[in-house]
Design a protein around this ligand. Sequence first.
Ligand code: PHE
Length: 338
Amino acid sequence: MIEEVAEAKQQAVKEFASASCAEELERFRIKYLGKRGLLAMFLKSIGKLSTEERPGAGKVINDAKVSVQQAFDEAKERIAVANQGEVAASSFDWTLPSYSFARGHLHPCTQVMDDVIDIFVEMGFKVETGPEVELDYYNFGALNTPKEHPARDLHDTFYISDDVLLRTHTSPVQIRVMESVKPPVQVISPGVAYRRDAADPTHLPMFTQVEGLMVDEGVTFSNLKAVLGEFARQMFGEERKTRFRPHYFPFTEPSAEMDISCGICSGKGCRSCKGTGWLEILGCGMVHPNVFDNVGYNREKYTGFAFGMGIERIAMLKYGIDDIRLFVENDLRFLKQF
Ligand code: PHE
């Protein structure tokens, strides 16, 4: 047995010295020094020896164990140092900050739409929506624009059939709301509208609007001016002025367009505002009594105002963008600026 122990010791020292990585070393450790390893087996088999042989064998095995343990410790140290060297020698710099990933964000028109909605919701308006595929009646008829009315020419309409069309503005939602609730009414309706226009710097066949409607007893044009003036202040800032110009819409009387002073020349007149110092931002007016008749509201008792604005146009004015088509071209060089 003494020779066997000596042989095992030699073998163990050789294997530990040859171990090239921590996993291999661990395998050898289990083989020789483990609970059921070779040296443990030798210790166990001492019981089978004669009483005279036992002390000598015990000493030989324990000495072997010390040497094998020492060989193991040396190998462990050698492998640890080698690993450290490898890490230091590699070109990987653990202290560098990680790559940042480009994150998406909301489209500029969505951001402007959210801002517009927030401003009106804070003033007490509720949000209502309606269908984009609309009946002729809601888009025109109920809005005091019967068939053959000349104002229909202004809206180049996508017709689906004689009576069904893609809505040319968000005003039909006014009718749907008034048909379903009694005054007081105070709603805005954001949504998409369509006109058969070729795309150019100021037109898109599909664009976004926000409609507003407020109806109650005693609502006046002063209320309209106050609400829209406050909107312009919050949207464009204190320093921009507003003005109302007479206009025509079949469904409002009187009708107006609201302008804000040009932000580029501060109202002095420049190329952006075509020398006028003003930029048109929305259409508005007092709800026409015929519209009240169409929805069953008492035209003697109630008055109201309505307004409609193009979100792309507001975004263009806010950010100084001169071509509406940029919003739909999905050019990241453009979109990333917002
Ligand atoms: N619907 C009109 C348009 O698209 C805007 C408008 C809405 C005007 C409400 C007056 C009142 O041009």
